[in-house]
Design a protein around this ligand. Structure first.
Ligand code: SF4
Ligand code: SF4
Length: 255
């Protein structure tokens, strides 16, 4: 088992354990420890130093920590830690291989902007005191409320399941607002000239066979440049594993 898969398995099982505990005690919801709490609760007026830190402190701290890490290592959180990312990978591995088709880059780039709109929408709703509107569509909230039915969140969860069987990492590519936040954090790092780990392709060794591209779950155009500049790279290294010429693809610091 690869190191990444081991980390994913540990975090996923831990998350399942926490979720089961939360359902059993039936009071709190798991979204209090989600890194997106940095938006859901972190932006609540007057709460960041008081109530929020007691109720959702861990989520906010995790959210901020992974944003800082993303300055230097991009969306490593998505590739290694996020249980929803692991869940999607599992679904795709089990059911998606034959059914799945990647979409043209033209549409990929346009649809991937959706997550920034969702991020903007949630920020506006929190600031205006209407966060309950989107929290009702949060899949983690819905799961942690079981056996009560939070219909909106369960609908989102079904969309994620169907989407990630059809397209690998469907949620991460198009809809996840925390992914959008991590991308903005990376962009900020770029503006300040911070070097970040990126996938590099050795142009002299590469034969342009395209196997790396076909195996990239984020549908990135790896062959466009020497370094994968896209903020959407989750550092899963599936491109490296798929490449038939060892040593052609590696991970390097690059500004
Ligand atoms: S396959 Fe390579 S380029 Fe694609 S997301 Fe994974 S590490 Fe990034
Ligand atoms: S799989 Fe390797 S050899 Fe083929 S295009 Fe990608 S980097 Fe080049």
């Amino acid at each position: 088992m690869k190191k990444r898969h081991l980390i994913q398995a540990i975090v996923f099982l831990l998350s399942l354990g926490i979720l089961s505990f939360v359902i059993l005690i039936g009071k709190k919801s798991i979204h209090n420890i989600c890194p997106y709490a940095v938006i859901c609760f972190g932006l609540l007026k007057g709460n960041i130093f008081s109530l929020t830190l007691q109720v959702a402190g861990l989520g906010i701290v995790l959210g901020l920590v992974f944003m800082v890490i993303s300055l230097f290592w991009g969306r490593i959180f998505c590739g290694y830690i996020c249980p929803l990312g692991t869940f999607q990978e599992g679904l795709y591995a089990l059911f998606g291989k034959k059914a799945a088709r990647q979409i043209p880059y033209f549409y990929e780039r346009r649809f991937s902007k959706l997550k920034y709109w969702i991020l903007t929408g949630t920020i506006i709703l929190v600031i205006t005191g209407l966060s309950w509107i989107y929290i009702n569509f949060c899949p983690f909230y819905a799961l942690s409320r079981l056996p009560s039915l939070a219909i909106g969140g369960l609908i989102t969860f079904v969309i994620i399941i169907i989407g990630s069987i059809l397209l690998p990492r469907f949620w991460c590519r198009f809809l996840c607002p925390y992914a959008a936040l991590l991308n903005l954090s990376q962009k900020l790092g770029e503006l300040f000239g911070l070097p970040r780990r990126k996938i590099q392709r050795n142009l002299e060794r590469c034969t342009d066979c395209g196997l790396c591209v076909r195996n990239c779950p984020m549908n990135l155009d790896i062959l466009a440049e020497e370094y994968v500049q896209s903020l959407d790279c989750i550092h899963c290294l599936k491109c490296l594993a798929a490449c038939p010429k060892p040593g052609t693809i590696s991970e390097q610091r690059n500004s």
